[in-house]
Design a protein around this ligand. Structure first.
Ligand code: DAH
Length: 347
């Protein structure tokens, strides 16, 4: 029996490497393991073997069967590979390495996000996360942005239909609507509701607005939010942190300035500009980069913090805008086109 099995295996291994078409392969396969195949015939002899020899014999046959199947698999794979090569023609050698082989490069937005988080971690900030699908409460109400505020308008905000359900996004208020967050400031509220001060978080993430896309706007872009809550926090602390961040990111010549502004959730509020003349492709002296201010006492009350005890600052800024400054990119659409000629420049 052992000899017969070895003979079949040897014959098969010699024959299977010579096959070139699927038809030839199927015919050969049938000759070995089909109903009338040589190997099948040997297996049928098992019935005639004395009972006490059957276990040993069965083991031999099983091993041989495994080897034969492996030979068949290799043969079929070789034929399939040859078919693909034939289809592609000789112009393409599929065995050559890809010119783009390797791990790829990191997206410029990711580079700037990681760098900002690294700079802020050095100042004691921890990275916090929040959902992109939000509710009106976290995105607007808790941030003292009343229901008649233009930012809540369907012109600016993507709302979900009433029937939409997101089991993993908790609603705070019965019947409130789901939406795509328009800013990362919602993470401030989620973070404060989860814990007690002192708090020092940075939260980068994706945000959505119903902007039409042009060179400087996109309906989907990225922000970076910071919140600091502690005792005796002042505007000076806020200004010092912003100076530190931008000097670290863009060079020590970078200055920041505040312009008075209004945000419902901070008082006083400012828009932040930074001096950027020393940066590539920037012609203006001052570039607006984000908004900030001292957390409004009403926001603290809403999350159950005593505003007589706690004070804090918050700011938010656009990551695309920052990346454009860092790398001298003049059109926001490059970030989203997945053009390798653009992406490769940030290796
Ligand atoms: N959420 C604002 C925006 O998207 C930016 C902002 C302003 C964030 C003031 C803040 C802040 O944390 O205090 O335009």
């Amino acid at each position: 029996m052992q000899d017969s099995l070895n003979a079949i295996l040897a014959k098969a291994s010699a024959e299977l490497v010579t096959l070139h078409t699927r038809a030839d392969f199927e015919a050969a396969k049938a000759r070995y393991v089909g109903p009338n195949g040589e190997f099948t015939a040997l297996m049928k002899q098992m019935g005639t073997v004395p009972k006490e020899q059957r276990p040993a014999m069965g083991k031999l046959i099983n091993e041989a069967k495994g080897q034969l199947q492996a030979q068949l698999d290799v043969s079929l794979q070789r034929i399939a590979d040859a078919e693909i090569t034939a289809q592609l023609g000789s112009a393409i050698d599929t065995s050559l390495p890809s010119p783009d082989a390797g791990p790829g490069t990191t997206h410029p937005l990711t580079l700037v996000r990681e760098e900002m988080c690294r700079i802020l971690r050095k100042a004691g900030f921890a990275v916090a996360d929040g959902p992109e699908v939000e509710t009106e409460y976290y995105c607007f109400d808790a941030l003292a942005t009343p229901s008649d505020h233009p930012a809540r308008d369907a012109q600016d905000t993507f709302y979900f239909p009433e029937a939409a359900r997101f089991g993993n996004v908790s609603k705070k208020v019965e019947g409130e609507k789901y939406l795509l967050r328009t800013h990362t400031s919602s993470v401030q509220i989620r973070t404060m509701l989860k814990g007690q001060p002192p708090i020092r978080i940075v939260s980068p993430g994706r945000v959505y607005r119903r902007d039409t896309t042009d060179a400087t706007h996109s309906a989907n872009f990225h922000q970076l939010e910071c919140l600091y809550v502690d005792k005796n926090v002042t505007v000076r602390d806020l200004k010092a942190l912003l100076d530190y961040i931008f000097a670290s990111l863009l060079g020590k010549d970078t200055k920041t300035r505040f312009r008075p502004h209004y945000f419902g959730y901070t008082e006083p509020s400012f828009e932040v500009d930074l001096s950027a003349k020393h940066l590539p492709k920037v012609k203006k002296e001052w570039i607006e980069i984000g908004g900030c201010g001292m957390v409004d006492p009403a926001v603290f009350e809403g999350v159950g913090y005593d505003p007589e005890v706690w004070s804090g600052y918050a700011f938010g800024m656009g990551l695309e805008r920052l990346a454009m400054l860092v790398y001298g990119i003049d059109d926001i659409r490059y970030f989203y086109q997945n053009d390798v000629r653009f992406l490769k420049q940030f290796a």
